[in-house]
Design a binder for this molecule. Structure first.
Ligand code: NAD
Length: 332
């Protein structure tokens, strides 16, 4: 099958070419999928998209009129796909439900440690031959209370690692993970109690209407002064303007984000020769206690290998006229 990859990056092409072994025709395109670029898919059997591509209703209609009916997501999240419209248009859509929850969980921990121990500041100082320790005081993770919001695959791994550090665990989820409670002594509480009691709060729920702005001004007001907030899940979980207020008044003592609600069109691109137009991320970048990475939590060799294998497996199932178990919207 001919697969057009939108938003294709050099870092993933090698993994795809090696997993493909020449079976499918792979065409890697740099542009994101949107209403302006959808027609580039003409002649392809399958379109493959990543997290910052746009598969809204109008884009899907354009893909359908370009003759494409198969959509292979290279991500677990599918909040960027209008599944209802996809189904109506007869699309088959499949995702990669789990490629490496460890990659994302470990990145969340990396953000916590880098913020806590001020690693970026320390590194920059040393490069400037400044070996002073002033301003670099951190805290012991051991004995702190960590609040894990969303205890699915990634959240549970984060909780296990934090348990290893000697943190007390509070969890919030619509579904309790009994194995996690048994193995770590984690306690499920309301989101309000988690916010009131945690020293570190880390977000691991999907972005859904119910979780949009799950962290907002009201929640931030409930948090401990100086709390550490980590978001490696989806930008829309946090109201960024409210988080900026929380940083200004000191409620949020540390903010680590790998995702940003307006990241589409910013993350994954090199703007180093241009003027940054996004005022909100520009403000975030002025805080010494904010650490931003550009949606790289998934980016490990293991995860890239697994993404390539599963995406191509999904396409091969379709090529053989079979359904894949990763299908999100089956053809009617
Ligand atoms: P998962 O489905 O295994 O777990 C999600 C958990 O959220 C589940 O336990 C679910 O019950 C819970 N949940 C759902 N709705 C909720 C609600 N309203 N309130 C509280 N909890 C709720 O998913 P996962 O594999 O752990 O991934 C979590 C998220 O991480 C993904 O949805 C994705 O947005 C994000 N992610 C980010 C990256 C990255 O590179 N930054 C990579 C992969 C995934």
């Amino acid at each position: 099958m001919k697969i057009i990859f939108f938003d294709a990056h050099a870092f993933e092409q090698e993994a795809f070419e090696s997993a493909n072994g020449g079976v499918h025709e792979l065409v890697f395109l740099k542009p994101n999928l949107n209403a302006q670029t959808a027609d580039l898919a003409r002649g392809a059997d399958v379109v493959s998209i990543f997290v910052n591509d746009n598969a809204s209703a109008d884009v899907l209609e354009k893909l359908a009129s370009a003759g494409v009916k198969l959509l292979a997501l290279r991500s677990a999240g599918f909040n960027h796909v209008d599944l209802k419209r996809a189904q109506e248009l007869g699309f088959r859509v499949a995702n990669v439900p789990a490629y490496s929850p460890y990659a994302v969980a470990e990145h969340a921990i990396a953000l916590m440690l880098a913020l806590n121990r001020k690693l970026i500041r320390a590194h920059n100082r040393i490069r400037d031959l400044n070996f002073s320790l002033d301003g670099l005081v951190g805290f012991d993770m051991h004995g702190k209370t960590a609040g894990v919001v969303g205890t699915g695959k990634i959240g549970a791994i984060v909780a296990h690692i934090l348990h290893g550090f000697g943190c007390k665990l509070l969890c919030y989820d619509v579904q309790e993970n009994t194995e996690l409670v048994k193995s770590t002594g984690a306690k499920y509480v309301s989101l309000e109690e988690l916010c009131r009691t945690s020293d570190i709060i880390t977000l691991h729920t999907p972005l859904l209407p119910a979780t949009k702005y799950i962290i907002n001004a009201e929640r931030i007001r409930q948090m401990k002064h100086g709390v550490m907030l980590i978001n490696t899940s989806r930008g829309g979980l946090v109201n960024t303007l409210d988080a900026i207020e929380g940083l200004k008044n000191g409620t949020i003592g540390y903010l680590g984000i790998d995702v940003y609600e307006q990241e589409q069109g910013i993350f994954f691109h090199d703007y180093s020769d241009t003027v940054l137009q996004d005022e909100v991320i520009a403000r975030l970048m002025t805080f010494p206690n904010v650490l931003i990475t550009g949606h790289q939590a998934f980016l490990t060799h293991t995860a890239l290998h697994n993404i390539a294998e599963t995406t191509l497996y999904n396409v091969s199932c379709w090529a053989e006229g079979k359904e894949t178990e990763n299908e999100l919207a089956a053809k009617k």
